[in-house]
Design a protein around this ligand. Structure first.
Ligand SMILES: [Cu+2]
Length: 134
């Protein structure tokens, strides 16, 4: 009789341990997922654009509406800008001073950006397209 009670106690004890183990695993899994979420939202995709008389490289950028990205505009020669009025974007850069800006497109569509700092004869034709997907 006493042996039976001990056995029951041991069984209950091992079940409690199993439950505790499962709960611990779930907690770790949830913590992992939220850590990933925090990491994903705190490190936006970095997009580097190099401006050079009279082009941008790349000259087509694909973004997602509502997704924040870090735009980095560099220049290989003189001062340049990048302005897209419809998206409220205006960056300016000079040769040794890249411009960095967190940017979240709020509208979907194709938007043509233009250099906003006079940089020479073909300045008016210095264009870039932002393709913002829904
Ligand atoms: Cu220009």
């Amino acid at each position: 009789m006493q042996g039976c009670a001990l056995n029951l106690f041991a069984e209950r004890d091992s079940m409690l341990k199993r439950v505790a183990l499962i709960l611990a695993s779930i907690t770790i899994a949830i913590a992992g997922i939220s850590a990933q979420t925090v990491l994903a939202s705190s490190t936006p995709r970095r997009i580097e654009i190099t401006a050079k008389r009279f082009t941008y490289d790349p000259d087509v950028i694909t973004l997602k509406q509502g997704e924040t990205v870090l735009l980095v505009l560099k220049s290989d020669d003189v001062s340049h800008g990048l302005r897209i009025r419809e998206l409220g974007l205006d960056l300016k850069t000079s040769k040794d001073k890249p411009a960095e800006k967190l940017f979240t497109p709020r509208k979907a569509g194709d938007f043509v950006g233009q250099c906003s700092v006079f940089c020479g004869a073909n300045h008016a034709n210095m264009k870039i397209t932002f393709h913002v997907a829904e």
